[in-house]
Design a protein around this ligand. Structure first.
Ligand code: SAM
Length: 291
Protein backbone atom coordinates (compact mmCIF):
# COMPACT_ATOMS: atom_id res chain seq x y z
CA UNK A 1 0.00 0.00 0.00
CA UNK A 2 1.27 3.50 -0.87
CA UNK A 3 2.51 5.56 2.07
CA UNK A 4 0.53 8.75 1.55
CA UNK A 5 1.95 10.40 4.65
CA UNK A 6 5.52 10.19 3.33
CA UNK A 7 5.94 13.77 2.24
CA UNK A 8 8.73 12.99 -0.24
CA UNK A 9 6.57 10.35 -1.95
CA UNK A 10 3.55 12.67 -2.01
CA UNK A 11 5.52 15.56 -3.50
CA UNK A 12 7.00 13.35 -6.23
CA UNK A 13 3.55 11.82 -6.95
CA UNK A 14 2.01 15.27 -7.35
CA UNK A 15 4.83 16.56 -9.52
CA UNK A 16 4.74 13.42 -11.72
CA UNK A 17 1.06 14.14 -12.37
CA UNK A 18 1.70 17.87 -12.82
CA UNK A 19 -0.77 18.57 -10.01
CA UNK A 20 -1.01 22.00 -8.39
CA UNK A 21 -3.16 22.58 -5.30
CA UNK A 22 -6.37 24.53 -5.78
CA UNK A 23 -6.93 26.94 -2.90
CA UNK A 24 -10.41 27.60 -4.27
CA UNK A 25 -11.36 23.92 -3.73
CA UNK A 26 -9.97 23.89 -0.17
CA UNK A 27 -7.19 21.44 -1.04
CA UNK A 28 -5.10 20.83 2.08
CA UNK A 29 -4.13 17.17 2.12
CA UNK A 30 -3.44 15.30 5.37
CA UNK A 31 0.14 14.14 5.81
CA UNK A 32 0.18 13.39 9.56
CA UNK A 33 0.34 9.58 9.87
CA UNK A 34 -1.78 9.42 13.03
CA UNK A 35 -4.78 11.51 11.93
CA UNK A 36 -6.45 9.41 9.18
CA UNK A 37 -6.33 6.10 11.08
CA UNK A 38 -7.96 7.88 14.05
CA UNK A 39 -10.73 9.40 11.90
CA UNK A 40 -11.40 6.00 10.33
CA UNK A 41 -11.46 4.18 13.70
CA UNK A 42 -13.62 6.75 15.46
CA UNK A 43 -15.77 7.37 12.37
CA UNK A 44 -17.35 3.90 12.27
CA UNK A 45 -15.26 2.40 9.43
CA UNK A 46 -15.72 -1.29 10.22
CA UNK A 47 -17.03 -4.54 8.77
CA UNK A 48 -20.67 -4.33 7.69
CA UNK A 49 -20.55 -0.54 7.48
CA UNK A 50 -20.76 1.71 4.42
CA UNK A 51 -18.77 4.94 4.44
CA UNK A 52 -19.42 8.00 2.31
CA UNK A 53 -16.31 10.15 1.97
CA UNK A 54 -16.46 13.71 0.64
CA UNK A 55 -13.35 14.97 -1.15
CA UNK A 56 -10.84 12.06 -1.14
CA UNK A 57 -8.00 14.27 -2.46
CA UNK A 58 -5.08 11.90 -3.11
CA UNK A 59 -6.69 9.16 -1.01
CA UNK A 60 -4.93 9.46 2.37
CA UNK A 61 -8.10 9.07 4.45
CA UNK A 62 -9.73 6.95 1.73
CA UNK A 63 -7.20 4.12 2.09
CA UNK A 64 -7.69 4.00 5.87
CA UNK A 65 -11.47 3.85 5.37
CA UNK A 66 -11.28 1.18 2.63
CA UNK A 67 -9.03 -0.99 4.80
CA UNK A 68 -11.66 -1.11 7.54
CA UNK A 69 -15.16 -0.57 6.08
CA UNK A 70 -17.34 -2.93 4.05
CA UNK A 71 -17.71 -0.42 1.26
CA UNK A 72 -16.51 3.14 0.65
CA UNK A 73 -17.88 5.64 -1.85
CA UNK A 74 -15.88 8.83 -2.28
CA UNK A 75 -17.20 11.89 -4.12
CA UNK A 76 -14.52 14.17 -5.59
CA UNK A 77 -15.10 17.38 -7.53
CA UNK A 78 -11.61 17.87 -8.98
CA UNK A 79 -11.19 15.48 -11.93
CA UNK A 80 -7.41 16.15 -12.01
CA UNK A 81 -7.21 13.88 -8.95
CA UNK A 82 -8.68 10.78 -10.63
CA UNK A 83 -5.45 9.47 -12.25
CA UNK A 84 -3.68 10.03 -8.91
CA UNK A 85 -6.41 8.18 -7.01
CA UNK A 86 -6.19 5.34 -9.53
CA UNK A 87 -2.52 4.99 -8.60
CA UNK A 88 -2.90 5.42 -4.82
CA UNK A 89 -6.13 3.57 -3.97
CA UNK A 90 -7.02 1.76 -7.23
CA UNK A 91 -6.23 -1.59 -5.56
CA UNK A 92 -9.27 -1.46 -3.21
CA UNK A 93 -12.14 -3.57 -4.60
CA UNK A 94 -14.59 -2.14 -2.05
CA UNK A 95 -13.99 1.47 -3.13
CA UNK A 96 -16.05 3.43 -5.63
CA UNK A 97 -14.99 6.93 -6.62
CA UNK A 98 -17.64 9.24 -8.03
CA UNK A 99 -17.07 12.45 -9.89
CA UNK A 100 -19.04 15.56 -8.93
CA UNK A 101 -20.03 18.21 -6.46
CA UNK A 102 -21.45 16.65 -3.28
CA UNK A 103 -23.94 19.52 -3.02
CA UNK A 104 -25.52 18.45 -6.32
CA UNK A 105 -26.14 14.85 -5.24
CA UNK A 106 -29.41 13.74 -3.68
CA UNK A 107 -27.92 12.11 -0.58
CA UNK A 108 -30.77 9.62 0.08
CA UNK A 109 -30.60 8.45 -3.56
CA UNK A 110 -26.81 8.22 -3.44
CA UNK A 111 -26.92 6.07 -0.28
CA UNK A 112 -29.68 3.87 -1.70
CA UNK A 113 -27.65 3.29 -4.87
CA UNK A 114 -24.23 2.82 -3.24
CA UNK A 115 -25.08 1.07 0.04
CA UNK A 116 -28.33 -0.90 -0.37
CA UNK A 117 -29.39 -2.34 2.98
CA UNK A 118 -26.20 -1.22 4.71
CA UNK A 119 -25.80 1.22 7.64
CA UNK A 120 -23.88 4.31 6.48
CA UNK A 121 -21.66 6.89 8.13
CA UNK A 122 -19.92 9.91 6.63
CA UNK A 123 -16.20 10.58 7.10
CA UNK A 124 -14.28 13.47 5.57
CA UNK A 125 -11.63 16.08 5.80
CA UNK A 126 -14.00 18.76 4.54
CA UNK A 127 -13.13 21.53 2.07
CA UNK A 128 -13.43 24.49 4.46
CA UNK A 129 -14.98 26.91 1.97
CA UNK A 130 -18.23 24.91 2.06
CA UNK A 131 -18.24 23.27 5.50
CA UNK A 132 -21.62 24.68 6.53
CA UNK A 133 -23.39 24.04 3.18
CA UNK A 134 -22.14 20.43 3.19
CA UNK A 135 -23.25 19.79 6.77
CA UNK A 136 -26.67 21.37 6.08
CA UNK A 137 -26.97 19.38 2.82
CA UNK A 138 -26.33 16.11 4.67
CA UNK A 139 -28.56 16.94 7.64
CA UNK A 140 -31.51 18.44 5.75
CA UNK A 141 -31.51 15.62 3.18
CA UNK A 142 -33.22 13.36 5.73
CA UNK A 143 -30.82 10.56 4.66
CA UNK A 144 -30.40 7.71 7.09
CA UNK A 145 -26.84 8.42 8.28
CA UNK A 146 -25.54 7.09 11.62
CA UNK A 147 -22.63 9.44 12.26
CA UNK A 148 -20.87 12.29 10.48
CA UNK A 149 -17.19 12.46 11.45
CA UNK A 150 -15.44 15.39 9.86
CA UNK A 151 -12.40 17.63 10.05
CA UNK A 152 -13.43 21.26 10.27
CA UNK A 153 -11.80 24.55 11.08
CA UNK A 154 -11.28 24.90 14.86
CA UNK A 155 -13.56 27.95 15.04
CA UNK A 156 -16.34 26.01 13.31
CA UNK A 157 -15.86 23.11 15.73
CA UNK A 158 -16.26 25.55 18.63
CA UNK A 159 -19.38 27.03 17.09
CA UNK A 160 -20.93 23.60 16.49
CA UNK A 161 -20.22 22.61 20.08
CA UNK A 162 -21.50 25.82 21.67
CA UNK A 163 -24.71 25.39 23.70
CA UNK A 164 -27.82 26.63 21.88
CA UNK A 165 -28.73 29.82 23.77
CA UNK A 166 -25.13 30.97 24.14
CA UNK A 167 -23.43 33.88 22.39
CA UNK A 168 -21.15 31.54 20.42
CA UNK A 169 -24.03 29.58 18.82
CA UNK A 170 -25.24 30.24 15.26
CA UNK A 171 -27.88 28.89 12.88
CA UNK A 172 -25.62 25.90 12.11
CA UNK A 173 -25.37 25.14 15.87
CA UNK A 174 -29.16 24.98 16.09
CA UNK A 175 -29.38 22.80 12.97
CA UNK A 176 -26.76 20.33 14.13
CA UNK A 177 -28.29 20.09 17.60
CA UNK A 178 -31.72 19.65 16.10
CA UNK A 179 -30.63 16.62 14.07
CA UNK A 180 -28.13 15.10 16.48
CA UNK A 181 -25.54 15.63 19.16
CA UNK A 182 -22.04 16.93 18.58
CA UNK A 183 -18.79 15.78 20.13
CA UNK A 184 -15.30 17.18 19.66
CA UNK A 185 -13.03 14.19 19.02
CA UNK A 186 -9.55 15.73 18.79
CA UNK A 187 -7.69 18.85 17.67
CA UNK A 188 -5.39 18.83 14.62
CA UNK A 189 -2.51 21.26 14.13
CA UNK A 190 -2.07 23.13 10.85
CA UNK A 191 1.27 21.42 10.13
CA UNK A 192 -0.59 18.11 9.70
CA UNK A 193 -1.54 19.26 6.18
CA UNK A 194 0.18 19.86 2.86
CA UNK A 195 0.05 22.79 2.25
CA UNK A 196 -0.66 23.95 5.83
CA UNK A 197 -3.88 26.02 6.08
CA UNK A 198 -3.94 29.36 7.90
CA UNK A 199 -6.09 27.93 10.67
CA UNK A 200 -6.04 25.09 13.18
CA UNK A 201 -8.54 22.28 12.81
CA UNK A 202 -10.50 19.75 14.82
CA UNK A 203 -12.31 16.50 14.15
CA UNK A 204 -15.92 16.50 15.32
CA UNK A 205 -18.60 13.84 15.29
CA UNK A 206 -22.32 14.36 14.86
CA UNK A 207 -24.42 11.42 16.00
CA UNK A 208 -27.80 11.66 14.32
CA UNK A 209 -30.78 11.02 16.57
CA UNK A 210 -33.47 13.55 15.54
CA UNK A 211 -34.53 13.84 19.17
CA UNK A 212 -36.52 17.08 18.60
CA UNK A 213 -38.43 15.94 15.50
CA UNK A 214 -41.55 14.92 17.42
CA UNK A 215 -41.80 18.29 19.22
CA UNK A 216 -41.85 20.36 16.05
CA UNK A 217 -45.00 21.06 14.03
CA UNK A 218 -43.36 22.54 10.90
CA UNK A 219 -39.69 21.86 10.15
CA UNK A 220 -39.45 24.22 7.16
CA UNK A 221 -40.87 27.07 9.26
CA UNK A 222 -38.45 26.33 12.10
CA UNK A 223 -35.37 26.52 9.86
CA UNK A 224 -36.65 29.59 8.06
CA UNK A 225 -37.16 31.32 11.44
CA UNK A 226 -33.72 30.23 12.70
CA UNK A 227 -31.92 31.35 9.52
CA UNK A 228 -33.74 34.71 9.49
CA UNK A 229 -33.20 35.23 13.22
CA UNK A 230 -29.46 34.58 13.09
CA UNK A 231 -29.01 36.58 9.88
CA UNK A 232 -29.35 39.73 12.06
CA UNK A 233 -28.55 38.27 15.44
CA UNK A 234 -27.76 41.60 17.14
CA UNK A 235 -31.29 42.86 16.49
CA UNK A 236 -34.20 41.93 18.73
CA UNK A 237 -36.24 38.92 17.62
CA UNK A 238 -39.32 41.14 17.33
CA UNK A 239 -37.55 43.45 14.87
CA UNK A 240 -35.94 40.66 12.82
CA UNK A 241 -39.02 38.47 12.49
CA UNK A 242 -41.30 41.41 11.73
CA UNK A 243 -39.00 42.64 8.95
CA UNK A 244 -37.96 39.30 7.45
CA UNK A 245 -41.07 37.13 7.97
CA UNK A 246 -43.71 39.90 8.11
CA UNK A 247 -45.17 39.03 11.49
CA UNK A 248 -46.84 41.84 13.42
CA UNK A 249 -44.68 43.23 16.19
CA UNK A 250 -47.52 43.29 18.77
CA UNK A 251 -48.27 39.64 18.11
CA UNK A 252 -44.60 38.66 18.44
CA UNK A 253 -44.33 40.60 21.71
CA UNK A 254 -47.43 38.84 23.04
CA UNK A 255 -46.09 35.36 22.20
CA UNK A 256 -42.74 36.18 23.82
CA UNK A 257 -44.57 37.43 26.94
CA UNK A 258 -46.54 34.17 27.11
CA UNK A 259 -43.20 32.37 26.95
CA UNK A 260 -41.94 34.66 29.75
CA UNK A 261 -39.33 36.21 27.49
CA UNK A 262 -38.70 39.98 27.35
CA UNK A 263 -39.69 41.80 24.14
CA UNK A 264 -36.04 42.86 23.70
CA UNK A 265 -34.76 39.25 23.57
CA UNK A 266 -32.39 38.25 20.76
CA UNK A 267 -32.44 34.86 19.06
CA UNK A 268 -29.07 33.87 20.50
CA UNK A 269 -30.61 33.80 24.02
CA UNK A 270 -33.25 31.17 23.22
CA UNK A 271 -32.76 27.51 24.07
CA UNK A 272 -33.69 24.76 21.60
CA UNK A 273 -36.98 24.14 23.42
CA UNK A 274 -37.85 27.86 23.35
CA UNK A 275 -37.02 28.10 19.63
CA UNK A 276 -39.29 25.12 18.96
CA UNK A 277 -42.14 26.57 21.05
CA UNK A 278 -41.86 29.93 19.29
CA UNK A 279 -41.80 28.32 15.84
CA UNK A 280 -44.82 26.14 16.68
CA UNK A 281 -46.78 29.25 17.73
CA UNK A 282 -45.79 31.22 14.63
CA UNK A 283 -46.28 28.38 12.16
CA UNK A 284 -50.00 28.37 13.06
CA UNK A 285 -50.30 32.02 12.00
CA UNK A 286 -50.16 32.98 8.37
CA UNK A 287 -48.23 36.27 8.34
CA UNK A 288 -49.88 37.58 5.17
CA UNK A 289 -53.32 37.17 6.73
CA UNK A 290 -52.43 39.77 9.35
CA UNK A 291 -51.71 42.56 6.90
N1 SAM B 1 -9.41 13.76 1.99
C1 SAM B 1 -8.18 14.39 1.55
C2 SAM B 1 -7.21 14.48 2.70
O1 SAM B 1 -7.66 14.41 3.84
O2 SAM B 1 -6.02 14.62 2.47
C3 SAM B 1 -8.42 15.76 0.93
C4 SAM B 1 -9.16 16.76 1.78
S1 SAM B 1 -9.17 18.39 1.11
C5 SAM B 1 -9.33 19.34 2.60
C6 SAM B 1 -10.82 18.60 0.45
C7 SAM B 1 -11.12 17.80 -0.82
O3 SAM B 1 -12.48 18.08 -1.20
C8 SAM B 1 -10.28 18.15 -2.02
O4 SAM B 1 -9.84 16.97 -2.64
C9 SAM B 1 -11.23 18.93 -2.95
O5 SAM B 1 -10.91 18.81 -4.33
C10 SAM B 1 -12.55 18.25 -2.62
N2 SAM B 1 -13.75 19.08 -2.88
C11 SAM B 1 -13.85 20.44 -2.84
N3 SAM B 1 -15.11 20.83 -3.07
C12 SAM B 1 -15.84 19.69 -3.26
C13 SAM B 1 -17.22 19.42 -3.55
N4 SAM B 1 -18.10 20.42 -3.69
N5 SAM B 1 -17.63 18.14 -3.69
C14 SAM B 1 -16.73 17.11 -3.56
N6 SAM B 1 -15.42 17.30 -3.29
C15 SAM B 1 -14.97 18.56 -3.14
Amino acid sequence: MKNLTDIRYVKSLLSRHGFHFSKKLGQNFLIDPSVCPQIAEMGNAKAGQGILEIGPGIGTLTQQLAMRAERVTAVELDSRLFPILEETVGEFQNLHILSGDILKFSVPELLEQEFPGMPVSVCANLPYYITTPILMHLLESGADIETITVMVQKEVAEKLQAPVGSREAGAITVAVNFYGSVELLFPVQRDSFLPPPNVDSAVIQIRLNRRYDALLSDRAHFFSMVKNGFSQRRKTLVNVLSSTMHYEKSMLTQILAEMQLPETVRIEKLTMEQLITLSNHLAKIHPDAQQ
